[in-house]
Write a protein that binds this ligand. Structure first.
Ligand SMILES: Cc1cc2nc3c(=O)[nH]c(=O)nc-3n(C[C@H](O)[C@H](O)[C@H](O)COP(=O)(O)OP(=O)(O)OC[C@H]3O[C@@H](n4cnc5c(N)ncnc54)[C@H](O)[C@@H]3O)c2cc1C
Length: 170
């Protein structure tokens, strides 16, 4: 489920341009046991929530615990407005991953979980190509290159890179 902010334009402007955390964030929520009951103990469930944050968050790592607590409240309040009531006491186990974790644990540049954004200057021809434009024999794969981020795109990109290498070598 994707919950969009009431004022999406303002929220995305804050995220991308001013580097603020909007009061009303878009949420991506997945409750996997709804389609596969084996993913939670009988009578319990799991919930995965993904929130976009501005890159500016990386400049204030000391505030991350406070920000996380604030965002958790924002998420639970938002779900509550849609009739999904999850009291704090019902949460048995909680894991929070922040852009700081993506940077430290996965080596992701600026903690960006999805690589280079799909802004106009980084899309299509302007996105990092699979084959370097200047250095012969240098190729790229992954979320920040062509065609884009996400497992399907990255897998496709890997195949495109392999095809380019094969075409250059043969
Ligand atoms: C929370 C979250 C949810 C997501 N949800 C989805 C989703 O629902 N659907 C979807 O399609 N995509 C999703 N994505 C995006 C998707 O996971 C990425 O776009 C994709 O994994 C990127 O693939 P990649 O090969 O470029 O990088 P990665 O999968 O990050 O692989 C890079 C690998 O390189 C390793 N590495 C880094 N630095 C070094 C180094 N110096 N030396 C050796 N190894 C190194 C890393 O450990 C890692 O294993 C999600 C991402 C996150 C973080």
């Amino acid at each position: 489920m994707i919950f969009l902010p009431n004022n999406a334009k303002s929220a995305y402007r804050q995220l991308v341009q001013t580097g603020e955390i909007p009061h009303d964030l878009p949420l991506y929520v997945s409750i996997a046991p709804e389609s596969d009951v084996s993913l939670a103990p009988p009578g319990d469930s799991t919930m995965f929530v993904l929130l976009p944050l501005p890159l500016s968050i990386m400049e204030r790592p000391e505030q991350m615990p406070l920000i996380s607590a604030h965002l958790k409240k924002q998420v639970l309040d938002r779900l509550c407005t849609h009739g999904i009531r999850i009291p704090y006491s019902a949460i048995a186990i909680e894991r929070v991953r922040t852009p700081l974790d993506w940077a430290a644990r996965c080596g992701l540049f600026q903690g960006s979980a999805f690589g280079a954004a799909h802004t106009l200057s980084q899309m299509g021809y302007f996105r990092q190509p699979n084959r370097d434009r200047n250095v012969s024999g240098l190729y790229y794969v992954g979320a920040s290159t062509v065609p884009g981020t996400g497992v399907p795109m990255v897998t496709l990109g890997g195949r495109m890179t392999a095809e380019r290498i094969a075409a250059d070598v043969c």
